[in-house]
Ligand binder design. Structure first.
Ligand SMILES: [Fe+2]
Ligand SMILES: [Fe+2]
Length: 287
């Protein structure tokens, strides 16, 4: 029996008491067991297969920039712990998310070290700057669904584009992590919507965040870029030899996800406003 199956059974058999209701109510347990079961391990990486002749200086610079972006986990985690300090379920899961995100710059740095590219900790210090708290928990979770889905797509494209086999493998693993993170944030956004006294208002907030992000002029689609000037520059993440999915394709995928989250048939970003109005009218009618 898998750990995930055991977790589901323990949830079903739990009935009374704090622990029982925690096992039933907390999404953390299943997400945790799922992560433990499928998480990749560092020793799975075939470092001896690195093909030194299949990289370019441009690609090394590109990956170096990715490390910089991935090093923004600390302020994100700080904000989750502050904004959701009374939410035991979500903050438990944030520890898993944080742990996994710290592996991303680490594994990429390890790959770069095979090409004598190293980092200085002082260069990373500015990545730890704390940004303002969000106005709505569902809004914050929604923003992170978007960023994780974008990151998953971005790594998948990078994996397809590079010839170096070990980097390709790493990118596939990171893409799978980011997809799973998107699903985790989605799980908690859904929980907040369903548990709200005014679910339609929360659905409206989720779509408002979606609208802001999908219509943002900035090319940097990582939420940290929304707050940080120094990451608000996509130059380091642009390698003209790599073809990334068109923003429209990724946006449509994200819209579909938010359609599921909010229970409306949302397919493209041109429809977001219409559904925001839909929820606004519903909530206004109740006042
Ligand atoms: Fe990451
Ligand atoms: Fe992630």
């Amino acid at each position: 029996m898998s750990l995930a199956q055991k977790s589901v059974i323990s949830n079903r058999t739990a009935s009374k008491g704090v622990i029982g209701s925690m096992l039933q109510d907390f999404r953390f347990f299943d997400l945790y067991y799922q992560a433990e079961t499928i998480r990749w391990k560092f020793d799975e990486i075939a470092w001896s297969r690195i093909a030194r002749d299949r990289t370019t200086p441009q690609l090394l610079e590109h990956v170096k920039s990715v490390v910089n972006v991935e090093f923004t986990t600390f302020p994100g985690a700080m904000n989750f712990f502050r904004e959701f300090s009374d939410d035991m379920d979500f903050t438990q899961w944030v520890t898993v998310w944080l742990y996994e995100e710290t592996r991303h710059p680490h594994i990429l740095m390890r790959w770069l070290s095979h090409f004598d590219v190293y980092f200085d900790a002082s260069e990373m210090a500015e990545r730890r700057e704390i940004y303002p708290l969000g106005q709505s928990r569902v809004g914050t979770l929604s923003m992170n669904i978007i960023s994780e889905m974008r990151a998953a797509s971005w790594y998948l494209d990078l994996a397809a584009a590079v010839d170096e086999p070990v980097l390709k493998d790493i990118c596939m693993k990171l893409s799978a992590d980011e997809s799973r993170h998107a699903a985790g944030f989605y799980t908690y956004a859904k929980k907040y919507i369903e548990g709200s006294a005014d679910p339609d208002l929360e659905r409206q907030r989720a779509l408002e965040m979606l609208y802001v992000w999908l219509n943002s002029e900035t090319e940097n689609k990582h939420p940290a870029g929304y707050f940080f000037d120094h990451t608000n520059n996509q130059a380091g993440l642009t390698d003209t030899t790599i073809t990334y999915s068109s923003p429209e394709v990724v946006d449509n995928r994200i819209c579909h996800m938010f359609g599921q989250l909010t229970g409306v048939p949302l397919k493209t970003k041109t429809e977001i406003k219409r559904f925001i109005r839909h929820f606004y009218q519903k909530t206004s009618a109740m006042i």
